[in-house]
Design a protein around this ligand. Structure first.
Ligand code: NAD
Length: 424
């Protein structure tokens, strides 16, 4: 039996339509011709696999997974793998397209890809997850490779899952292939600084935006939706800059702590109890209340389409840093633009992860590993340069940061297409 997406997913508006709408607004501004627009607006490869996994009960279950390469003009496809009940081909295509722009904005030599399996890893044992991962890696092995398409962790996937993928592909080839995935544990070719890289990028973006806005970070109230890898590291590093983290959530619920919570102790509480709920001294609130909590910096770091035209008018913040991919709909973007709220778009705000993934891949290929300070310093330099380029594009063309970021990214990919030409 295939695990089915739930009804809520079936009613969810197309994420790829939303990504396409964003792309088209940048393409209009850039005056892209119809041919280039058609090429960049579609995914190069969309690969769906249905594959069996032996469950612990002895039963065989069929799962559906996808690997999509949106574009590879600037280099190999790069992008994470997501394990979630709501994974669909439509969502994976959108995430792959955003990866193309993200790699181009940060000017790293990659195209965009993404993958996922429709499953609920929280209901699976470790042994089942390992068998699912190894079989899925085998199924997508015609596409992935060190020079062709390099997966990485995303929602509900981590270094262990990357290790199983690396090992599976290495067993097929008969030799160890370090560069086939990034986000690996250090002991098998991972890089220092990768675990917190996306959160570090979020922190750097919040810092740069606050500077632009003239907002002091000391005492600035921060709200985070999604206390996972990106959310935790983002607020942990912001707290070190003097921010006060007043609310956090996960898939089970949300909490508010008026005097400010302590990020490390909230993480231990979540690890011990499975949720941020019941954190000592906290008040339980709804997810809607969390998003609308007055604050200076809001970090959506969970899933897509959380901020819409429905709740955007009530969101009371100065800066939104999109740790998650696609949390804000285009209609909500317009509302924030009118209200003067700075939205740092996902393709810029969460690019820290792919930048350090790129560092990991470079180190794997060269078999030469860097100090953590090298990783952090190079990341900071790429992130601040990317922010500055996007900000100056926004000012020059009088557009919001999302359209400006897309203009920078789309133009670089269009230039690569123009120079390479259309084969044959
Ligand atoms: P994760 O699995 O580590 O954490 C996700 C968190 O969100 C979990 O705490 C989960 O409980 C919570 N969550 C899920 N649904 C929620 C809901 N409806 N309301 C509130 N919380 C909810 O995943 P992650 O790696 O931190 O990824 C989070 C987002 O960041 C995703 O959109 C992902 O695509 C994006 N992202 C991740 C990376 C990375 O390096 N990990 C890089 C770029 C972008």
């Amino acid at each position: 039996m295939t695990q089915q997406a739930n009804n809520a997913t079936l009613e969810k508006p197309s994420v790829f339509a939303m990504a396409s709408q964003q792309f088209n607004s940048a393409a209009d501004r850039l005056g892209l011709d119809d041919g280039i627009r058609a090429v960049l607006g579609s995914c190069k490869r969309e690969f769906t696999v249905n594959f069996p996994v032996k469950m612990d009960s002895g039963a065989t279950q069929v799962f559906t997974g996808h690997r999509v390469q949106h574009n590879v003009f600037r280099g190999p496809a790069k992008g994470g793998l997501r394990y979630h009940p709501d994974v669909t081909l439509d969502e994976v295509k959108a995430l792959a397209m955003w990866m193309t722009w993200k790699c181009a904005i940060t000017n790293i030599p990659y195209g965009g890809g993404k993958g996922g399996v429709t499953c609920n890893p929280k209901l699976m044992s470790r042994a089942e997850l390992e068998r699912l991962t190894r079989r899925f890696a085998t199924e997508i092995s015609p596409l992935i490779g060190t020079v062709s398409d390099i997966p990485a962790p995303d929602v509900n996937t981590d270094g262990q899952i990357m290790a199983w993928i690396m090992d599976t592909i290495s067993m097929h080839s008969g030799y160890t292939q370090h560069g086939i995935v990034t986000g690996k544990p250090i002991s098998i070719g991972g890089t220092l600084g990768r675990t917190e890289a996306t959160g570090r990028g979020v922190m750097l973006m919040a810092r740069e935006a606050a500077k632009e806005r003239g907002l002091p970070l000391e005492g600035a109230r921060v709200v985070v939706q999604g206390y996972g890898n990106v959310g935790y590291w983002g607020v942990y590093l912001l707290e070190q800059l003097g921010c006060k983290i007043i609310a956090a959530s996960d898939s089970r619920g949300a909490i508010y702590v008026e005097q400010g919570l302590e990020p490390e102790s909230l993480l231990s509480h979540k690890t011990d109890n499975g949720s941020v709920l019941d954190y000592p001294g906290s008040q339980t609130i709804t997810d809607a209340e969390l998003l609308e909590m007055p604050c200076e910096i809001l970090i959506p770091a969970a899933l897509e389409q959380q901020i819409t035209e429905e709740n955007a008018p009530r969101i009371d913040t100065q800066i939104i840093v999109e740790g998650a991919n696609g949390p804000t709909t285009p209609e909500a973007d317009d509302i924030f633009q009118d209200r003067g709220v700075i939205v740092i778009p996902d393709i810029l705000a969460n690019a820290g992860g792919v930048v350090v993934s790129y560092f990991e891949w470079v180190q794997d290929i060269q078999h030469l590993f860097w100090d953590k300070s090298d990783v952090d310093n190079r990341l900071e330099s790429i992130i601040t340069r990317s922010f500055d380029e996007v900000l100056s594009t926004a000012k020059e063309h009088d557009v919001n940061l999302r359209t400006a970021a897309l203009m920078v990214g789309v133009e670089r990919v269009a230039n690569a297409l123009n120079i390479r030409g259309v084969y044959p």
